[in-house]
Design a protein around this ligand. Structure first.
Ligand SMILES: Nc1ncnc2c1ncn2[C@@H]1O[C@H](COP(=O)(O)OP(=O)(O)O)[C@@H](O)[C@H]1O
Ligand SMILES: [Mg+2]
Length: 308
């Protein structure tokens, strides 16, 4: 019997019904195929099509659901009740990580640097927000990922339309100070930071938006990231504190920026980041010798520690 038999029957949860369903279908299919190639008895499970009660009878779950329902503690809570070990972050850390404002509040309370922000509605005094945050700002739905519903606002007159656009995706919307500088992402495996990747969207896009993330192939990924060794270490140490502060576990990813003065600013944590073969966590893991299949097995191994 192969070593993979120790995992038993594994439900690979992907698809779901969030705005990031399409991305999850890609990530989940890649994970499923990797586990099957490694000899794991893995099966696709799409909670959009099937009742979660059908998870009874599996031995563990690999969660590749992005966004609401799958990355926010809901499915994690179901799995807790079913006594099924699952990959990644637990209920509370998932719920916090899905909420960009709660995440920031925890980071602020832990003395970790995160870009200044304000929650905004159509009734907010936008002049006061501009006086506080300056321009540009970036408008974000608080509970979405994949840059869904986001806009960069450079002129006061565009502010209201950007809020309106984000409101179509979420009841809670925030304006965040625009950080001019370089963008980095820090992946985690076994609770430890992997080498930092620099993201460089093409010059014609305002930021790393949905299209740049998934539909173009001209985003540049810097690994090594171009920071000095000591700067990279300090960014990893900062992100490790940030990861732990929100209660994230196992694997995940933190997005951060460095402003022109060299200061780092934390943007957000992803507790179920993209897992296609060209996603960022696999690129970072590759740099320390894990191919995609090995990475998927390593993430799944985390569930053995919690097995009864
Ligand atoms: N404060 C900011 N200043 C400049 N660019 C930002 C800022 N916040 C986000 N961005 C850009 O928008 C992208 C998406 O934002 P992020 O907070 O990571 O949300 P998500 O990835 O969940 O959609 C980032 O990768 C970055 O390119
Ligand atoms: Mg992000």
């Amino acid at each position: 019997m192969s070593n993979a038999a120790k995992f038993g029957k594994v439900a690979v949860l992907f698809g779901g019904k969030s705005a990031e369903r399409a991305v999850s279908l890609d990530s989940g299919q890649a994970v499923l195929e990797a586990l099957l190639r490694s000899g794991v008895q893995a099966e696709a499970f799409d909670p959009q099509d099937r009742s979660v009660t059908e998870l009874v009878g599996y031995d563990r779950a690999f969660i590749v659901l992005h966004g609401r329902g799958g990355e926010d503690g809901q499915i994690q809570g179901v799995l807790e009740w079913l006594n099924l070990p699952y990959t990644g972050t637990g209920v509370q850390g998932s719920a916090i990580g899905m909420d960009k404002v709660k995440t920031k509040q925890i980071w602020q309370g832990s003395d970790l640097p995160t870009a200044p922000y304000r929650i905004v509605t159509k009734d907010t005094d936008l002049d006061a927000v501009i006086a506080e945050l300056g321009l540009p700002v970036i408008i974000k739905p608080v509970h979405e990922g994949s840059s869904v519903g986001m806009s960069k606002v450079e002129k006061a007159e565009d502010f209201a339309a950007a809020i309106e656009k984000a409101t179509q995706h979420d009841a809670v919307v925030m304006a965040e100070k625009w950080i001019t500088g370089r963008e980095f992402t820090i992946s985690f495996l076994n609770g430890q930071p992997l080498p930092v990747i620099r993201l460089q969207p093409p010059a014609d896009v305002a930021f790393y938006d949905y299209e740049a993330k998934y539909q173009r192939n001209d985003v540049e990924y810097g690994i090594p990231c171009g920071l000095s060794e000591s700067e990279e270490k300090s960014l990893q140490a900062l992100c490790l504190r940030a990861f732990q502060a929100v209660g994230a576990e196992g694997w995940g990813r933190i997005d951060a920026m460095q402003d022109e003065q060299g200061n780092f600013w934390l943007l957000e944590v992803n507790t179920v980041p993209g897992m296609t073969s060209h996603s960022l966590v696999p690129k970072a893991a590759q740099a320390v010798g894990y191919n995609f299949d090995q990475l998927c097995v390593a993430i799944l191994e985390q569930t053995l520690a919690t097995s009864a």
